[in-house]
Design a protein around this ligand. Structure first.
Ligand SMILES: [Zn+2]
Length: 311
């Protein structure tokens, strides 16, 4: 049985904030869950984050307050936390004095979301994300599936989220079907069971999409997707609390790295996980870059066409 952890990056609506919307699934064999969860915990513990959520977007950003603290790098974790807490308090007082509620509200949000990471310098946080990305990149039994949509190229009226969900579900299902065929070709019952190649989707408990993807999955079970029946995937997606579930956090890291690759050309994290996107006959079939009628020379589009030699 494969668990496929879903996460998104960017907003599906057209807007100035992000040019792309990414939906990504990270599939691992259920039997390998314990080992992987432990390995992620070991890395988190090295950064004193054993009980914290890895929320990549907040870990990766600059914390300007750190740059105002003298000798921040020379301090120990306790001193850094104390100095940052004070510095952030001062920033909130200043923002409150400006009497523009928006600024205060957004600062408070960023501070709350990043509070677990303030004892780490930007270099340490970068290193943490690199280590986690390398860890995922080394999971030979894991597969990534993603749909990356350049939103302005999507025809008007199309529901971007729905399209990406259908893509990711189909790609995951194709992978499971391929494995099941291979198993049967190897002699069937003597080499594992059909259950080994069934899949279950697991999603961060997000009220805005929970109802929608449950309804979509029910529809796929009844009617299939645009391309295929999805009989190797069972149930509607299960919802978990991402703050308590490391694997959803790893899917979040992969979705973030994928969006930053398409939007900003950032390759550092993306290259570390790129090899995990599902492949078939030398082509990358686990990820699609949707650009409508535009032509695109990015390495995902090239690998999708099967003409790029990947390292
Ligand atoms: Zn492309």
């Amino acid at each position: 049985m494969y668990f496929c952890y879903l996460d998104e990056s960017g907003t599906p609506q057209l807007g100035a904030q992000t040019s792309h919307f990414i939906l990504l699934g990270m599939a691992i064999p259920a039997a390998a869950w314990h080992q992987k969860d432990r390995r992620v915990s070991v890395i988190k513990a090295r950064y004193a984050l054993q009980d914290a959520e890895i929320h990549t977007g907040y870990i990766a950003r600059r914390f300007p307050e750190q740059e105002h603290i003298a000798n921040f790098e020379q301090m120990d974790s306790v001193q850094r936390r104390a100095a940052m807490t004070q510095e952030r308090k001062n920033s909130l007082i200043k923002a409150a004095a400006l009497k523009t509620g928006d600024r205060l509200k957004s600062l408070k949000k960023v501070y709350a979301k990043s509070a677990d990471y303030i004892h780490l310098t930007h270099a340490q946080r970068t290193q943490l994300l690199q280590e986690l990305a390398d860890e995922i990149g080394g999971w030979n039994d894991a597969r990534l599936f993603a749909d990356a949509v350049d939103k302005v190229t999507m025809p008007p009226g199309v529901d971007v989220f729905e399209k990406t969900f259908e893509q990711v579900v189909s790609r995951f299902h194709t992978f499971l079907t391929k494995r099941e065929k291979e198993r049967l070709n190897r002699g069937g019952a003597t080499t594992g069971t059909s259950v080994d190649n069934q899949g279950l989707l697991i999603q961060d408990n997000n009220q805005t999409v929970a109802k929608k993807i449950t309804a979509l999955m029910r529809k796929f079970h009844q009617q299939g997707t645009l391309w295929a029946k999805v009989d190797r995937i069972i149930e509607t997606p299960l919802f978990v609390d991402s703050s308590l579930t490391s694997m959803v956090q790893m899917a979040d890291l992969c979705a973030y790295a994928t969006r930053r690759f398409f939007e900003n050309g950032e390759t550092d994290l993306f290259d570390r996980i790129f090899g995990r996107f599902d492949q078939a006959s030398g082509r990358i079939v686990g990820i699609r870059h949707y650009v409508g009628a535009k032509s695109c020379e990015c390495k995902v589009c090239a690998a999708h066409r099967g003409i790029a030699k990947q390292k």
